[in-house]
Ligand binder design. Sequence first.
Ligand SMILES: Nc1ncnc2c1ncn2[C@@H]1O[C@H](COP(=O)(O)OP(=O)(O)OP(=O)(O)O)[C@@H](O)[C@H]1O
Ligand SMILES: [Mg+2]
Length: 451
Amino acid sequence: MRKVTNGQEEFADFNLTEQTSVAKDGELCDLQAGVADCDEESPSDSAASAKKSDKADTNVSECESCGETYADEDTDFSFRTAVSENAEESCGACGTELIRIRNMTKKFGDLLVLDDISETIYEGEKVVVIGPSGSGKSTFLHCLNCLEDPTAGNIFFDGVDIADFKVNINEQRQKMGMVFQHFNLFDNMTVKKNIMLAPVHIGISNLRKLKRRNALVPLNNFIYKFFGESHNRALEKKVKLYKNKVDKLKSELEPLLLEWESTKGIKEVAGKSFAVYDKKLTAKKLRLTDRLEKTERKIDHAAPMSTLEKLPVETSAKRIKQEVSALADRLLARIGLSDKADVYPSNLSGGQKQRVAIVRALAMNPKVMLFDEPTSALDPEMVGEVLDLIKQVANEGMTMVIVTHEMAFAREVGTRILFMAQGKILEQGTPDEFFDSPKHPRLKEFLKKVL
Ligand SMILES: Nc1ncnc2c1ncn2[C@@H]1O[C@H](COP(=O)(O)OP(=O)(O)OP(=O)(O)O)[C@@H](O)[C@H]1O
Ligand SMILES: [Mg+2]
């Protein structure tokens, strides 16, 4: 299970972007992580460019999303600069992908909560998820930013497979704003501090990292001078051995996975579905995947040494705090709560708390906002003010995934509605087709009850 923190490592306004290093997170790599511009090509970049040159040989492809055929040469590959080799491709006509979910499964023990979900969310979309209680809507949302780790499958967010254990999830999570049913504000901090907390933390921790890195540059270069080349030679040999081991483990795992998958059965207990597999094969699969992951991790951590140069420090802790404070003031003015900046959340109404929670998420400048029933804990007269704010944010072009029971709101704001039941997306469509001509009997039955 990943460690979940609010700690974030980047704040766009400060131009202190840590190099997106998917594969390297060891000590040495930290030292070598670029801040702001870094010329090094990351492993994922090279995977993408390799993929790009592969594609140059082919003229026509079929879009994985809409099924249309398209010519490869004119396709804009810019989005996929960090896309893993496993990511599929779209024609561009159906939009720029932001989240691509592939075969996502989530189990709590034996309880199958998400059953092999594949879905793509495009930039600017407002995807509304509805469905009966216990159908897995919240779990779906939590898996999207790995608050819950999926049991199986891939989630490509902004080109990076965030379900991959090698990815620095906190770095990715800061690009996703999450709003919960119960606000989750810190009661011991004023409203303004709640908004400032994460951006200041990220700004300052990036600044510290940069200063630490610069301080270690002379030592790094001194060590490199005497041991660098021999270290790199020894490392190269080791990596070769690990790679051979990975190939061997993969060739053992591949047929085993097929055999294991073929033993899948669904057990229904008390109206819930449980996935069951052969126990011996499951144990063998876990042993092999564990060994494979450990060996792959060793390869990823094997960072060769090189000489480094100091990077410029363009900001200070004081300036970061001032800038975030000004941002918090602007956000509070936007929701008409400037006079509440110094009060504690316990003195706010539910609607005010939720609006603060929304702007707190916006302060991180996210690429997508995830809402889990943002109005269901509110008194009816406060629902409107929160929905109005969400509509405003939606109209500004923000990509959104919203779990809600507010059908009128879903129809008004949603560009696509998904119906989830028993861990599957049973039907989806534009609001009009979805609500006016539902097809799946389970959706028809659900809409009869809620409309
Ligand atoms: N941490 C957990 N441990 C065990 N089971 C869980 C956990 N979280 C959720 N579940 C189970 O997973 C299933 C789906 O839960 P989830 O909260 O995703 O449903 P939901 O569609 O959001 O329901 P609601 O509309 O009531 O919020 C439920 O059966 C729930 O009991
Ligand atoms: Mg829920």
